[in-house]
Design a protein around this ligand. Structure first.
Ligand SMILES: Cc1cc2nc3c(=O)[nH]c(=O)nc-3n(C[C@H](O)[C@H](O)[C@H](O)COP(=O)(O)O)c2cc1C
Length: 321
């Protein structure tokens, strides 16, 4: 109810202004919510050798710089993914770069990895620890060529290794030119091979996931699966946004295709999956679990429905989470 009123107000503003205002407000008042403590909804899940208190998590992109810490578990999320974090700070693409498509229940973004950089993210994480498992999603700086991309990913993971519970190599955002080429052929082999060599003796061992684009069809997925298995990757996140002319599309239009990718991956690999794309309700999350995902993430649904994604009408009453 309160969110609906707030949402109506926020939706009169430019989407990025509304986002920044909300993050700023929550960041300033987070000590109140921290006192509430974690109120995780959903079922416990054991995967990647870890235990998650709830199966519904926050997807990368909403709290890119890890400014909100413990707030997410007070809202009900069972895990949180911050980022994408780049090694050096970068501004991303010129504004406007975030758009609402309310009729489609979608967002269109061409943010382009706006990040405060690894040093600032480290400081933020130290100030406000998370009460639930923390994923750190990593991107490369725009001016780093693809054949050196592994250095960026390794650098960020190394700098934040003690603070994250799992790490994500994001090679699927559509708004950094050439990034998606890292999902294929020699680029992928080099990237995963270098990361493997760096990580082989790293202790404690922490899960490393690869985040993929929804456009990857089964032949491409098969090659990715082989490269993941060879290089000791622990799982995949399916999927990032759908590439359209103006940027990346998220929300309802992504639901079907991202769920199909889960089913296809399940046919070709036993590596665990995190399902993301167009989840607006318990029922949507359930569909992703039934398609083989161990965990589910949400972003656009949370922007449109707020805490109702946990309790809301779109899912059958009384069902999980
Ligand atoms: C505004 C915005 C920013 C995003 N930024 C990132 C990002 O930095 N890294 C990433 O891996 N995914 C990013 N994503 C993709 C989401 O994590 C997610 O994969 C995608 O939006 C599909 O989920 P949804 O339909 O629940 O939003 C972003 C999405 C949006 C809408």
């Amino acid at each position: 109810m309160i969110y609906q009123l707030l949402r109506r107000l926020l939706f009169t503003l430019d989407p990025e202004v509304a986002h920044d205002l909300t993050i700023g407000f929550l960041s300033a008042t987070k000590f109140l919510l921290r006192a509430v403590g974690p109120r995780v909804k959903g079922q416990k899940v054991k995967v990647f050798g870890m235990e998650f208190p709830g199966h519904l998590g926050l997807a990368a992109g909403l709290d890119k710089d890890a400014r909100l810490g413990s707030i997410w578990s007070a809202f009900g999320f069972g895990f949180v993914e911050v980022g994408s974090v780049t090694p050096r700070p970068q501004k991303g693409n010129p504004k406007p770069r975030l758009f609402r498509l309310p009729r489609e229940k979608a967002l269109l973004n061409r943010m382009g990895f706006n990040s405060s950089g690894v040093r600032a993210v480290r400081e933020n994480l130290l100030k406000d620890p998370h009460f639930v498992p923390l994923g750190i999603n990593v991107g490369k700086n725009r001016d780093t060529p693809n054949d050196e991309a592994h250095n960026d990913y390794i650098f960020v993971i190394e700098k934040l290794y003690d603070l994250g519970d799992y790490f994500v190599i994001n090679v699927s955002s559509p708004n950094t030119e050439g990034l998606r080429n890292l999902q294929f052929g020699e680029n992928l082999e080099r990237l995963l091979g270098e990361v493997y060599r760096w990580r082989r003796w790293k202790r404690p061992r922490k899960p490393l996931l690869l985040k993929l684009a929804p456009e990857l069809e089964i032949e491409a997925l098969e090659k990715v699966a082989k490269a993941c298995e060879k290089n000791d990757i622990d799982g995949v996140i399916l999927t990032n946004t759908l590439k359209v002319k103006e940027g990346g599309l998220s929300g309802k239009p992504l639901f079907e295709i991202s769920t199909r990718r889960l089913k296809e991956w399940r046919e070709i690999s036993s590596l665990p999956m995190v399902g993301v794309g167009g989840v607006f309700s318990h029922r949507d999350a359930e569909v992703k679990l039934n398609a083989g995902a161990s965990l589910v993430q949400i972003l656009t649904g949370f922007v449109y429905r707020g805490l109702e994604v946990f309790n809301g009408r779109e899912g059958p009453k009384g069902k999980r989470p």
